[in-house]
Ligand binder design. Sequence first.
Ligand code: SF4
Length: 306
Amino acid sequence: MKIMIFPSYATYFHRFVLYRTNIAISQASKTSVAINAARLFYFLRMTLGRINKLETFGSVDGPGIRFVVFTQGCPMRCKFCHNPETWDFGTKSPNGADNGSFEISAEDLLKKAVRYKPYWGSDGGITVSGGEPLAQIDFMIEFFEAAKAAGVHTCIDTSGVTFRRTGETFAKIERLMKATDLLLVDIKHIDCDAHKELTGHGNENIIEFFRYLDEIQKPIWIRHVLVPGGSDNDEALTRTRDFIRTLGNVKRVEVLPYHAFALSKYQELGIAYALKDTQTPTADRVKNANEILETAKYTEWESSRK
Ligand code: SF4
């Protein structure tokens, strides 16, 4: 399975066209060869992110008002996913239609985001969600390092499935974490087999990612989608709570009741909706999950700001 995105030949061709356009402009304006060479270097080096959509006033993906970036591409296939249009790493939806994604440099994306900085107050900032943001880690590093240099609070909403503790991948994760203030990470199911049934992947890398984030004491919010017949059973909730208790970096725990809000998107995209017979959990089951997961205990998120 390919989960890292590298610039394609088409991307390099696109950059070359951009560069030639720049040369034409600079010849017309008598810009020096050195400046053109610098531009060539920049165009070949920069990493473009593939983005599905932007949300300028997000209020649920991290503290305060946030500029939310939804990256394109995710290796997981969660049955309850609200954003199936972000699954494919390319430009097409499963029904063959254009998925509306676009490429952008970190610099240009940050320029778009900071226009909204006056609305962020002391809590807000930028959240990158998805799709799976860590599948575009080179772009994420460029984007968040630039955001931190501009004094912006940075947050990643990730499944953690691409985490590896080895080699270049780990080096990149470590670098990205230095520019990341907060992470929103789901425990989709504590049991590895049940996790695979619910998402298409085991949870080994995800559990390892939680342990790593605890080791470096990176603030996290944990979210748990409560799916009747899936994650909503007391044994799994108790095991989830016991795992959360082993972590010392948890600032908030949230129970998100399953809803079929995205059903029409699946129908439009021609994707079979696996949870079509699943109901939203009752208020009693949501209360039960909040009690078992001790969500009221985790109220420190305000202090997670750097
Ligand atoms: S990890 Fe997130 S974006 Fe990917 S399939 Fe699951 S819910 Fe959807």
